[in-house]
Design a protein around this ligand. Structure first.
Ligand code: GLU
Length: 517
């Protein structure tokens, strides 16, 4: 029998990293076994339903590359794949259970149920439905329902004994039947509850492996009772470990404690490959221990039995480090440029010159952890005119004579390659008999507007003659224009503060502002 897996997210908000996680493992299992991966939208909770959440789930799966073989928008033999479009099926199946004596119609009003709860509390009994509706004879149930009296349909569950099921990772899981209190299957508005819909759909859609988050473990015995009542074979159940916060108590990840929205990671510039790779290390690892692996790598060797249950920690720092490795080592420059484009566009930048952009990315990528950071660092290379802050202008002014000399020297230089640029700068500094940094810092500022940038030789080589000269020119102009909008007192104070900071920084690290960084 071919393996069929599924994810069944509810479109109730921003797609959660947990959905991506469960999606990845279901996808991997289906692909590994040459089976099918189904997407079903569980949208029967109409209070929490959000139309845009549905689109976001589809977008997320596409972005991650977890394509479903069957689902909304894809189609498939067992559709529709939105539960709200399958209501007749659930009603039919509820009727089937009633007819077989496995379910009954219950007519208690909300007030009656509330009174029952209060009474239970007063007597110190476990809260939950006490089964009072069972006493209404079947023909009376049918008559009252036909007369239009509001009611729900409840599953008739055993009071004694226990219900157990086998979880592929957890082994035998048992629950005393007294904890299962005739759960509602069909609500008074005619919508199914999760329990009925999930069982009917998993069965009709031919799901062989129900692999979902740990929080559903306690619902599974109800599902088992339903499978039995229908006379259906059970699927294999796998409950994945919950993702945890990196806090001391390792609580379940939640919106309050950390960012759980896939969309937000995407906006920050986390790559889909890196997010998948990261999620793939949650309770799972490559047999050879490799940390960086692709979706295909994972699929190739995926084995459900190797999932470990010790609460995997969703550690943002690790995600960012992994993302940095993808930016630095895994993606080729062309792909990186492609991925970066929307982030540059958001800053109003479009790199007309593709080769230039690739050179820029080559030098800045070792320092970025996200595409946002990469874009930020590429900005000084791509803008037409730089802005100089107080510190930058002070450094420019201090290096004015050097900049003038270098402007002439670069204008006369024919080849802007590493060796020639390096040689020019070295011999110039030697002739001036000053420390490297005295010359390099103003040049760096002139070229990028910032003091933190890649090595100066790299900068000059990448920017090339025209850009280098134009930027030195702009910088000299900025100096000679004076600083009309500046209040001299404030400037002085700022410059003093900056000088102090520089002296402090110098004490912390050996001067290495020059050369390649
Ligand atoms: N709709 C449920 C959810 O949002 C699906 C649970 C299951 O996979 O059975 O997680």
């Amino acid at each position: 029998m071919p393996v069929v897996t599924r994810i069944a997210p509810s479109p109730t908000g921003d797609p959660h990293v947990g959905t991506a996680y469960v999606g990845l493992f279901n996808y991997a299992l289906a692909r590994r076994s040459g089976g099918r991966f189904v997407l079903r939208l569980e949208d029967t909770d109409r209070q929490r339903y959000q139309a845009e959440a549905e689109t976001k789930i589809l977008d997320m799966l596409e972005w991650l590359g977890l394509q479903a073989d069957e689902g909304p928008g894809v189609g498939g033999a067992q559709g529709p794949y939105r539960q709200s479009e399958r209501l007749d099926l659930y009603r039919e199946h509820a009727q089937r259970l009633i007819d077989g004596g496995h379910a009954y119609r219950a007519f208690e009003t909300p007030e009656e149920l509330e009174a029952m709860r209060l009474e239970q509390r007063r007597l110190g009994l476990d809260p939950g439905y006490d089964g009072r509706g069972r006493a209404v004879p079947a023909d009376e149930q049918a008559r009252r329902a036909a007369a239009g009296e509001p009611h729900v349909v409840r599953l008739l569950t055993p009071d004694e004994g226990e219900t157990s099921f086998h979880d592929l990772l957890r082994g035998e899981v048992r629950i005393p039947n007294r904890e299962i209190r005739d759960p509602v299957l069909l609500k008074s508005d005619g919508y199914p509850t999760y329990h009925l819909a999930v069982v009917v759909d998993d069965h009709l859609m031919g799901i062989t492996h129900v692999m979902r988050a740990e929080e559903w473990v306690t619902s599974t015995p109800i599902h088992v009772l339903l499978y039995r009542a229908f006379g259906w074979e059970l699927p294999t159940f796998v409950h994945l470990p919950l993702l945890r916060n990196p806090d001391a108590n390792k609580t379940k990840i939640s919106k309050r404690k950390m960012d759980t929205s896939v969309e937000s990671y995407r906006e920050q510039g986390i790559l889909p490959e890196a997010l998948l790779n990261f999620l793939g290390t949650m309770g799972w690892s490559m047999p050879d221990g490799r940390e960086v692996f692709s979706l295909d790598d994972m699929v190739e060797v995926f084995d459900v039995k190797r999932i470990s249950l010790g609460g995997p920690v969703f550690d943002l720092k690790r995600l960012r480090h992994l993302n940095a490795r993808y930016l630095r080592d895994v993606l080729d420059l062309e792909t990186l440029a492609e991925r970066l484009r929307p982030y540059l566009a958001a800053r109003g930048l479009a790199a007309a010159d593709e080769d230039y952009l690739l050179d820029v990315l080559d030098v800045v990528r070792p320092r970025a952890e996200t595409l946002q950071e990469l874009a930020e660092q590429a900005v000084p290379f791509l803008v037409e005119r730089l802005g100089y802050d107080v510190d930058a202008r002070r450094r420019l002014a201090a290096g004015q004579a050097y900049l003038e000399d270098l402007e002439r020297a670069f204008a006369a230089l024919e080849w802007f390659d590493d060796d020639d640029v390096d040689e020019l700068l070295r011999s110039y500094v030697q002739r001036q008999a000053v420390p490297m940094g005295k010359v390099m810092m103003p040049l760096r500022v002139a070229l990028t507007g910032t003091t933190q940038a890649p090595g100066v030789v790299d900068l000059v080589v990448i920017m090339g003659k025209e850009r280098t000269l134009s930027r030195i020119g702009q910088a000299l102009q900025a100096i000679s224009e004076g600083l009309p909008d500046d209040d001299p007192d404030r400037l002085k104070a700022e410059a003093e503060a900056a000088a102090k900071e520089e002296a402090r920084a110098k004490r912390r690290r050996p001067l290495n502002a020059a050369g390649r960084g």
